[in-house]
Structures are given as structure tokens and as C-alpha cells.
Write a protein that binds this ligand. Sequence first.
Ligand SMILES: Nc1ncnc2c1ncn2[C@@H]1O[C@H](COP(=O)(O)OP(=O)(O)OP(=O)(O)O)[C@@H](O)[C@H]1O
Ligand SMILES: [Mg+2]
Length: 269
Amino acid sequence: MITAENTAQPTTPTVLLSISNVEARYGAVRALRGVSLDVPQGGFVAILGANGAGKSTTLKTISGLVEPEKGSIRYDGRAVTGQRPDAAVGRGISHVPEGREVFPFLTVRENLAMGAFTRRDRVGIAADLERVYGYFPILRERTGQQAGRLSGGQQQMLAIARALLAKPRLILLDEPSLGLSPRLIGEIFTILTRINREDGVTLMVVEQNARIALDHADYGYVLELGRVVLADTAARLRENEDVREFYLGHRAETVRGDARRWKRRKTWR
Ligand SMILES: Nc1ncnc2c1ncn2[C@@H]1O[C@H](COP(=O)(O)OP(=O)(O)OP(=O)(O)O)[C@@H](O)[C@H]1O
Ligand SMILES: [Mg+2]
């Protein structure tokens, strides 16, 4: 017999990515000092933190660009600690690095084709190309133009579009707002939200622009000196007094000690 009990849906979301006590260094520099975080399947997770906190390094350990010294990374139920970057791509992880890094002398179309280079399903690639042109109509207009001649915002769109053509399950985005106008930043985050909700792609976004990130993500982590110092829903982080003071530009009403370190940002936006 079908009862309410045995038809109930599981209430806890599946964890797609789980990082546990990850430590990483560049020579003598300890960049990560034991980072643990979970990213649910279909989630939109923001990673916040000051300059040098270890945000980019966290993404690099996931995509295999940096090998953790200690700790473990599980993706889709399997240990993937220290995997090579091509293995990460094969598992459906696309990394859009800081500074976008499009191929400047290739055309927009050729850049997009590079995103799909591991795929053989021509029909699927054509459909995905239409989908990214739908998200970013300017790329269709500029399809034959050299990527190096696009504006910064258009290059960021191209970098995201290229990541999408790999048909990823998880996209790692490193500071997509960097150097862009508030209008373009808003446009890009609106499209990221659609990619997350409509295509079900899990997003992990590193941002210095805490306001835009917390307005669009559903969960956030704050890093300080290679450690997670705060983890909560985006809604609660937006109301958190420390986040408001150090990342959202609000002044605390009370006099504070100077014991906190995570207050310096590269820029205030
Ligand atoms: N290639 C490298 N060689 C040496 N040290 C590095 C290298 N990359 C990063 N670091 C150091 O590791 C630490 C963490 O750097 P990371 O780039 O992960 O920080 P971040 O949070 O992304 O900072 P930002 O907001 O400036 O991008 C910093 O102290 C940084 O100086
Ligand atoms: Mg960085």
C-alpha cells in the first residue's frame, strides 16, 4: 500500500562536492589551512573573503590545478583528491578562472568550440550553442570577431559560455564581477541564476562583491587566512552583523575591538 511515509521525498539535498580539511601551500606560503565545505547538487554557493584568503586556491584544488597537501575532496560520491585538470573536466567540472582567459586571437565561435572539444555529440553541441547564444545574444552578433577585441564584460560572457559548452554539472567561477560595470555585473548574475535554476547546473562562485553574490547565491562561506570562518544561508549572511560591516559596507552601531582580521577588501563596491 502507498502511504504518505513511503512516498515522502528525501528532505536533505544530495551533496555533489565535499571538501574536508584541505590544506594547500605554494612553497612556504600556506594558502589553505584546513578548509571544509559542502556544495549540494543544484546549489548556488558563494565563497567570500578578503584578498589572499584562499578563495582561488580552493577552486584550484577542486579543478586539479593545485594539489592539496592534506585533506580530501569528494565529488559525486567518489574521492577525487589530487585529480588532474583533464580528469576534472571529464567529470563535468568547468573552471572559469580569475581574469577570464579567453583565447584572444581566436574568434568567438572558435573559443566556444574549444569549450566543447571533449564532446562528440554534434546535435547536443549545436543545441547547447543555441542555448548560450540565447543567454548571451551579443556573442551571436560577434561570432566571427576575435575574442581579444571584445569588451571585458563580453569576454566574461564568452568565458562563461565556453564553460557551459563543456556540458558541466559544476561550474567554478572566480570573481566574474571583476572590472565590470554594476549593470553588467547584474546582467551576468541574472544569467548565472538562470543557468543554475533552468539548466540545473551547480555553481560555486568566488566573489569580492559580497552584495551581488549573496543576493543571488543560496548559501555562502566566508574564508579568512585559509580557513572557513562563517558558513550559512545567503539570507542569514546578508543579515549577519560582521558580514554587513566588513563586506556590505554597513557600520556597526556598537564599538568593536580590533580583534577581527577579515575586514580588508581589495576594493569597496
Ligand atoms: N602562485 C602562487 N605562488 C605563491 N603564493 C601564492 C600563489 N597564489 C596564491 N598565493 C598565496 O596564497 C594565498 C591565497 O591566495 P589565493 O589566490 O587563493 O587568495 P584569494 O582569496 O583568491 O585572493 P584574491 O581575492 O586576491 O584573489 C595568498 O597568501 C597568496 O599570496
Ligand atoms: Mg583569487
